[in-house]
Design a binder for this molecule. Sequence first.
Ligand code: HEM
Length: 143
Amino acid sequence: MILQLHSYWAYITLAIILTTVLNSLLNLFSKNNFYTKDLRIALFALIVSHIQFLIGLAWYFMSPSYKHMKEIGMGAAMKDSLTRLLTVEHPLLMILAIILITIGFSKHKKKEKAGAKFKTLTIYYGIALLLILGRIPWKQWFE
Ligand code: HEM
């Protein structure tokens, strides 16, 4: 149930982060003003990714891969690429991505100029998106 929720919520998370990056990038290059809708898109991405974090955290300690890691021990788990991806790399990189989104959101609010706001969102959300895409367990997702 929780894994299914985490799996479906991932579509919404990826879509809204990608929307924020594209929206910020386009507005940055078009030198547009920063409107409430731009803030709402970035805020929505922040909220959706925080919810994904909570679902992921809840699933983590129930997941078969976590149980497997406990059984075989941390050393052996690190040598097995799939167990390492599911129990260490994916959770850690996703947490790092969500931290970047949180910092990016709070930094963009402190900027005065529209260009600086869009630039901050593009950089922080963009790096976060790359981290997420790099460490999603793609095979497990579409199996
Ligand atoms: C933006 C954040 C995240 C995204 C987009 C994301 C996405 C995904 C996707 C697509 C899967 C595969 C689901 C499937 O097999 O159907 C997955 C699995 C998983 N995720 Fe995440 N995730 C995120 C954050 C997290 C966090 C923060 C944690 C833990 C603290 C976490 C823990 C897990 C675990 C334990 C699995 C299942 C591994 C297994 O199959 O045993 N995820 N995630």
